[in-house]
Design a protein around this ligand. Structure first.
Ligand SMILES: Cc1cc2nc3c(=O)[nH]c(=O)nc-3n(C[C@H](O)[C@H](O)[C@H](O)COP(=O)(O)OP(=O)(O)OC[C@H]3O[C@@H](n4cnc5c(N)ncnc54)[C@H](O)[C@@H]3O)c2cc1C
Length: 393
């Protein structure tokens, strides 16, 4: 089957969709576009620096561009550099997999006070996203709000010793930032009972192996269900120098500025309580920044976090990508007059997959002794990475 499909967003949802399309119909022209000069979205900029096994999915995605005939067009922001209308007119189908880039707000009084930091902002900065703001100092008693895997990712990175970060791709800037933090206590706050926390069991088991953690869980889980049992074991088996308090059934009601930091008012089964925090890290999900939310976007196919909100990990992206590819193939009406990738090739400033391969090779070769990669963090370097500069000179 022939036809031209543009996929906007080279994160996991876009890549799994492209992979499934090309597997079923190798003759298709499938172009994967990203606003960044590099592919793979949150696999590069969200999945934790010390979870390289998860990031290895990119080797599978590489094959879309090296063996399956897909083409990557990076540094092309749809809606800014090229309108969605123009893209739609040039392709037989357009798929939007642009993810979510903003932080969901707590929705309580004071949630915009200085010192309230969203997990999108923090994890993008930790993972050296070129558009990230600087990493903010957290002070001695940060509180993380949220009982999902992103909360645990942040906790783990804050608790790990430098030795425990060996083999990761945490950059020199974030590594120095972590070393500078003088954290004395971390509190994780969740509205739900421990039994209902959305942590992946493997993430809790991993915490139990860390040298510095001394976990406490309140109220202590009564059931011995999977997560409850693991949290009880975590509390029983850890006795490091850094207290980590899990506070369940504690619903944030308001945030206020106090003389010693932020005051977080909580509703608990024992009545109202207040926690003092040197910073509040919200890990309660990502939100749309409003881009591509118009009627044209509604007329396109879509998948992933852009379509579903910030739920679902890589396996869900794969399932959804496969289902979407089947639907596109069933509905596609190819029109040979559409220019497809010829349109994109004429746009100045776009970069191709060979460009990413040069960055990838450079970053791996520039890694320090206990790191697997040293990311180029600035957009200018991502656009003209050192190997390309060397070749040019
Ligand atoms: C901190 C964190 C840790 C995670 N850890 C794990 C984990 O360990 N394991 C796991 O399975 N899942 C993990 N996830 C979930 C996983 O990352 C998501 O399920 C997945 O990335 C969603 O994919 P997506 O393609 O929908 O969005 P994204 O990965 O966000 O990709 C969207 C892409 O679209 C691009 N884009 C945005 N706007 C435009 C535009 N206008 N034009 C062109 N391109 C655009 C972006 O640059 C980006 O590359 C984690 C998520 C986070 C936030």
């Amino acid at each position: 089957m022939t036809g031209k499909v543009a996929i906007v967003g080279a994160g996991p949802s876009g890549c799994y969709t492209a992979q499934a399309l090309l597997k079923a119909a190798p003759e298709l022209e499938v172009d994967v576009i990203d606003a960044l000069p590099v592919p793979y979205g949150l696999v590069r900029y969200g999945v934790a620096a010390d979870h390289q096994g998860t990031k290895a999915v990119t080797r599978q995605f590489d094959r879309i561009f090296t063996r399956m005939g897909g083409q990557f067009f990076g540094n092309l922001h749809i809606g800014r550099d090229l309108s969605l209308d123009t893209l739609r007119a040039a392709y037989d189908a357009v798929v939007l997999t642009v993810g979510l880039s903003g932080d969901r707000r707590l929705g309580i009084a004071g949630d915009d006070l200085p010192g309230v930091i969203g997990s999108a902002r923090l994890t993008r900065a930790l993972h050296e996203h070129p558009d990230a703001a600087d990493l903010p100092d957290l002070g001695p008693t940060p509180v993380i709000i949220g009982t999902g895997n992103v909360a645990i990712d942040i906790l783990r990175l804050l608790v790990k010793t430098p030795d425990e970060l060996a083999g990761s791709d945490l950059g020199p800037g974030p590594t120095a930032w972590l070393a500078r933090q003088d954290i004395r206590r971390i509190t994780i706050v969740g509205r739900s009972p421990a039994e209902a926390a959305r942590f992946d069991p493997a993430m809790i088991r991993e915490l139990a192996g860390l040298a510095r953690i001394d976990a406490h869980v309140a109220p202590a889980p009564q059931s011995d269900g999977a997560i409850a049992g693991l949290l009880n074991t975590l509390a029983a088996e850890t006795s490091g120098p850094l207290p980590v308090d899990f506070r369940f059934q504690a619903a944030p009601r308001a945030l206020r500025q106090g003389s010693d930091g932020l005051l977080l008012d909580l509703d608990t089964p024992d009545g109202p309580q207040t926690l003092t925090a040197s910073a509040i890290l919200t890990a309660i999900g990502f939100a749309s920044d409003g881009q591509l939310a118009d009627e044209t976007a509604q007329a396109c196919y879509s998948a992933g976090w852009f379509r579903n909100g910030p739920t679902g990990a890589l396996p869900r992206c794969r399932e959804e990508g496969q289902a979407l590819a089947a639907r596109i193939l069933a509905e596609l009406t190819p029109d040979a007059a559409r220019p497809g990738r010829a349109l994109l090739r004429d746009i100045p400033g776009t970069v191709d997959f060979a460009h990413w391969q040069a960055i990838d090779t450079f970053e791996k070769s520039a890694a320090g002794p206990d790191r697997c990669r040293r990311k180029l963090a600035r957009r200018a370097d991502l656009l003209t990475p050192p190997p390309l500069q060397d070749l040019a000179s």
